[in-house]
Design a protein around this ligand. Structure first.
Ligand code: C5P
Length: 230
């Protein structure tokens, strides 16, 4: 896989105009963009269509979770959009509905194990009896058995997950910070080089690129780091 295809830039900006400007500034330094809540709810799904028409790849990060029928209908329409990745929460019913609905399309379903801003205390506060590590492993095994195409997990978990899920399931890791970058609200972070060495297939990077003085240079530096590590 080309190093550029391994970097996914999170377009966490409030307006389509800002997203367009960011993509224009990045130019050909990157080719894969993630559209999440903020942008999707401000016209970002039409913008995603435009990105795809311009031969970019798009990851729709709406982390779906609902009754199976509702998930399936939503997934069918995201598949029609031409997106490459879509996230769902790693609950068995949700994963099963999403995988079945994506069948026959080029859309790949990624399951979110445990959000990278969560630690053991946050899981306990949410009512879970097991910690991050155990919960991630349980959900990864369920995802594998249900035919999920990829998992979103922290880079710290990637090395432990690979033996569990085999080589066919993509590992997509947010919580990436180049050395010296601010961590923000991410609690489990790793540098691009270390994440690739840990077995990540794709890295999701938002603020360190989007908020950089020179987003193109920031993206190019991470692509170079991925290339050197791969
Ligand atoms: O700005 P930053 O690099 O922290 O952005 C990370 C992106 O990855 C955000 O869009 C966030 O929603 C997303 N994400 C995450 N942890 C997950 C799943 C998605 O940080 N488990």
């Amino acid at each position: 896989m080309d190093a550029r295809d391994r970097l996914i830039i999170a377009l966490d900006v409030p307006t389509v105009a800002q997203a367009e400007a960011t993509v224009a500034r990045i130019g050909d330094a990157a080719c894969f963009y993630k559209v999440g809540y903020q942008l999707a709810f401000a016209g970002g799904l039409d913008f995603a269509r435009a990105l795809i028409a311009a031969r970019h790849k798009v990851f729709i990060d709406l982390k779906l979770h609902d009754i199976g029928n509702t998930v399936a209908k939503g997934v069918e329409n995201i598949a029609k959009l031409g997106a490459t990745f879509l996230t769902v929460h790693a609950y068995p019913q949700t994963m099963q509905a999403a995988v079945e609905a994506a069948r026959g399309s080029s859309l790949k379903i990624l399951a979110v194990t445990v959000l990278t801003s969560y630690d053991d205390n946050d899981l306990a506060a949410a009512g879970y009896k097991s910690g991050v590590r155990e919960t991630v492993l349980l959900r990864a095994k369920q995802a594998r058995d249900l035919g999920i195409h990829g998992l979103v997990c922290s880079a710290e978990e990637a090395a432990a997950l690979r033996p569990v899920i085999g080589t066919d399931i993509a590992l997509v890791t947010p919580g990436i910070r180049p050395a010296g970058a601010a961590s923000g609200d991410q609690k489990r972070i790793m540098t691009p080089q270390k994440a690739i060495a840990a077995g990540a297939d794709h890295l999701v990077v938002g603020r360190p690129i989007v908020e950089a003085a020179d987003p193109r240079a920031a993206a190019a530096a991470i692509v170079a780091e991925i290339r050197d590590a791969g």
